[in-house]
Ligand binder design. Structure first.
Ligand code: FPP
Length: 221
């Protein structure tokens, strides 16, 4: 079975930089470069949805200098990558607490999403200022506002991304860190100690291969 929806917690940029006596911002830039290559590669491998955890809501409390370094990467990402994604038929969607982002970054999102809206090859979901619990709570509130009693199935339509098949976390930690909590209910989990900037396209293929060998029973026998 192939993984249609792969989600990645891109962890370890800071430690990658520390190992090289570089500032943490250099780790994020290395992660950014890795992310761009991985994005191309994943869709070439037949992945239909790729969701990347680029910034958690909690990450916003890191020192200002680090948060600003990440914001600079976002500022670079939208104008340079949206046209490339469009060319490759990939739709871009940004999810998360977008109100928490600086105004100029927020303003880059709708035009980038519109530019790529016709993409039929796959969807790249970028999670910015994201919280899984936050997403569930706001989905529940929207359902309440619409006066709808939800089921597990209909609740999914209030969420931002489809169910996750394979959840990869780099950097050696064994936790979900508030990422796609509802959507990952039956995700296969894949943890690697490699720091994200060292996680190669070949490593990604290894994760896909392992996924294809897993026995997904969804609670059945
Ligand atoms: C976690 O590693 C990683 C982040 C908080 C940022 C991830 C961002 C990128 C890979 C670039 C994203 C860029 C765009 C444009 C989407 P960490 O800093 O927590 O690493 P550590 O655990 O080693 O300290």
């Amino acid at each position: 079975m192939t993984a249609e929806h792969v989600a990645i917690i891109m962890d370890g940029n800071g430690r990658w930089a520390k190992k090289r006596l570089l500032p943490r911002s250099a780790g994020h830039r290395a992660g950014f470069r890795r992310m761009l290559s991985l994005c191309e590669h994943a869709f070439e491998r037949g992945v239909r949805c790729l969701t990347l955890y680029a910034l958690s809501e909690e990450n916003l409390s890191r020192p200002k200098e680090e948060v600003e370094a990440l914001f600079s990467l976002f500022r670079e990402f939208f104008p340079t990558q949206a046209p490339k994604l469009k060319e490759r038929g990939i739709k871009l969607r940004v999810i998360g607490g977008l109100a928490l982002l600086p105004e100029d970054i927020r303003a880059m999102i709708p035009p980038s999403e519109e530019l790529t809206a016709g993409g039929t090859r796959g969807t790249l979901y970028l999670a910015l200022a994201y919280s899984g619990r936050g997403e569930i709570v706001s989905a529940a509130n929207r359902a309440v506002k619409e006066g709808k009693e939800v089921t597990r199935e209909t609740f999914s339509s209030f969420l931002s991304v489809p169910p996750v098949d394979l959840l990869i976390r780099t950097g050696g930690e064994l936790r979900l860190s508030d990422f796609l909590l509802y959507e990952s209910a039956y995700a296969e989990l894949y943890f690697t100690k490699k720091f994200f900037p060292d996680f190669t396209n070949g490593d990604f293929d290894k994760a896909l291969k392992e996924f294809s060998l897993r026995d997904r029973r969804f609670g059945r026998i």
